[in-house]
Ligand binder design. Structure first.
Ligand code: PEP
Length: 248
C-alpha cells in the first residue's frame, strides 16, 4: 500500500450550470471518503462561490486557473488572493487546454504555480505530452521540461500535486494503459528524487488524467506510482463517484 493519500480532482471545464453543479455536489456530499482520499471539484470560476457554499466540509473546491499577479489591469483574470478571499484553497494550473488554446508557455505556467503557492494556495500542476511527441519518443523530454520549469518556482512541495495528463488521452476516450501511466509516473518520481529530494519524491502525489472512467479507474489506481486522478468528462456524471470509490 502507498503511504500517499490518494487525490481525485474533477475538472468540470466550461461545462455545467448551477443546477448541474448542485446535482454533482448532492452526489458527493453524502459520500464518506475523507479517511481514504482527498477530493476536489473544479467548476467554472463563476460557480466557485456557489460550490464553496454548497459542499460539505471535507469536499474541496478548486479553481481551473489563476493569474500570476495579485491585482491590477488584467481584464478577465482572477488572482490566487481573490480565490483565497472566497475560501478556495486549490487551483489547477497548466492544464493542456490552457497551454494549447490559450498559449500558456512553460514559463507562464511556472510563474502562476509560484505565485499561487506564495499566496498559500494548493496547486494541481498539469504536465503531459502530445500524440506526435509520444510517437516521436519525446514523452520523457517534454514531461521533464514542463516539470523542471514548474519545480524551479517551488520551495515547498507539500501543497503540490502533479497531474500527468497525456494530451492524446484528454477528452478522447483513449485512456493510457495502466503500464503507460505507471511508466511516466515513475519517470516523474525518479526525476523528483534526483533533482529535488528523495522525500519530496516519496511524498508528492502524482495523479493521472485522460479519459478516466468508472470502468478503467481501478486498474490504473493499482499502479504503484499512480496516486489518484484528474477527471474531466466523467466528473460531470455518476461515474465520478465510482472513480472515488476505487480508493475507499
Ligand atoms: C482533464 O481535463 O483534465 C481530463 C482528464 O479530461 P477527460 O477526463 O475528459 O479526458
Amino acid at each position: 500500500p502507498k503511504h500517499r493519500k490518494p487525490f481525485v480532482g474533477g475538472n468540470l471545464k466550461m461545462n455545467g450550470s448551477r443546477a448541474i453543479l448542485k446535482e454533482i455536489i448532492d452526489r458527493l456530499n453524502p459520500l464518506k471518503f475523507d479517511d481514504h482520499v482527498e477530493v476536489a471539484i473544479a467548476p467554472p470560476s463563476i460557480f466557485l462561490d456557489l460550490a464553496h457554499r454548497s459542499v460539505r466540509k471535507g469536499v474541496n473546491v478548486a479553481a481551473q486557473n489563476a493569474f500570476n499577479c495579485t491585482k491590477g489591469a488584467y481584464t478577465g483574470e482572477v488572482s490566487p488572493e481573490q480565490l483565497k478571499d472566497l475560501g478556495i484553497d486549490w487551483v489547477i494550473l497548466g492544464h493542456s487546454e490552457r497551454r494549447e488554446i490559450f498559449k500558456e508557455s512553460d514559463e507562464l505556467v511556472a510563474s502562476k504555480v509560484g505565485h499561487a503557492l506564495k499566496s498559500d494556495m494548493k496547486v494541481i500542476a498539469c504536465i503531459g505530452e502530445k500524440l506526435e511527441e509520444r510517437e516521436s519518443e519525446k514523452t520523457e523530454e517534454v514531461v521533464i521540461r514542463q516539470l523542471r520549469a514548474i519545480s524551479e518556482k517551488i520551495d515547498d512541495w507539500k501543497n503540490v500535486v502533479i497531474a500527468y495528463e497525456p494530451v492524446w488521452a484528454i477528452g478522447t476516450g483513449k485512456v493510457a494503459t495502466p503500464q503507460q501511466a505507471q511508466d511516466v509516473h515513475l519517470i516523474i518520481r525518479g526525476w523528483l528524487a534526483k533533482n529535488v529530494s528523495e522525500k519530496v519524491a516519496q511524498d508528492t502525489r502524482i495523479i493521472y488524467g485522460g479519459s478516466v472512467k468508472g470502468t478503467n479507474s481501478a486498474e490504473l489506481a493499482k499502479q504503484l506510482d499512480v496516486d489518484g486522478f484528474l477527471v474531466g468528462g466523467a466528473s460531470l456524471t455518476e461515474d465520478f463517484i465510482k472513480i472515488i470509490e476505487c480508493f475507499i
